[in-house]
Design a protein. Sequence first.
Length: 359
Amino acid sequence: MTSPKPSLSSAARLREIDALFATGGLERSPHKKTSVKPGFSRVENGTKKPRTNKGAYPSPDLDPLVLRVQEWRQFPWLIHGFSTRSGGVSTIYSADTGCGELNLGLTPADSAENVRKNRELFARSVQGKKRKKSSPMPLVLLRQIHSGLVHLASEQEMQDNADSAVLRGDGSITANPGMLLGIQTADCLPILVADVRLRIVAAFHAGWRGTLSRIAERGVGRMRAQFGSRPGDLTAAIGPGIGGCCYAVGEEVRMEFNSQFTYADTLFREVFDLDPIKEKYPMLFLTARAPGHSNLGPSLHLDLVEANRRQLLDAGISAHKVHAMGLCTSCDRKRFFSHRADHGFTGRMLSVIGIAPRW
């Protein structure tokens, strides 16, 4: 019985292979181990490809940042929240960073699947930790048309139109628990109103045209006429939107407001353009006026927040119950989507309000 040959070491085996290659005039090419940094696959074509497994880079922060009205914490039945652009799975509007964002609108650039996931994440966050395990409350949205149209959201509409925008208008009201009335914005103002006695909620979308159509004032009037809401029982919140610091409009807008509101002059102010390019090269921006008679004049800015606050006051809501966040979407592009600041290529935020199902 022959004893087994002792196994050769790796180095010895490689020497044997090298000898065989040498007999044929060949040489073995030494390969080095390739190190792969965590979170990346191997380098191909000079670029690093992110891994697609769970938790790999890029790993967006999925937990949405939701803003709430502090004074409404005393009403546990009242579900509400204003979204930001933080959190979510969308990356189309943050390609430079690769971080996930919370686009909640069915925009042409983003995928419907991303928006569906974002809406579910947002709805669960709005409902709070105690209700996260339950199914998210369905969204009831509108096809917003910058109008003064206000709809009543019934249970049937909740079942038929959840997560889609079928009804045309810019305001919705409901007394039915278990649904979230939603308003989409990217500079316009979202306005949420609640009757804390009758437990009725409403959501309104106010751009300058909707404000001109008195969407907030009409909406509160509809609550009073339909449900018997008393102004003393109402509380309102004005969410993030473009501020008077950034909202430049034309003279025709001021003329429209002057025809509708006695206090219109208080809503506008003239802001001088401090653009350094214009200051350095003023001749490039002269109008068709006579040479030397066309100074760089001020631009006209509209304070949408104050305009809608006045409407809520005129509708009977007490001043201390109108909570204006005063957050400008155009100033704070890192936290909010802004149609103007992002030059039209931007996502959408959602502001929602609802009645908890158990109440």
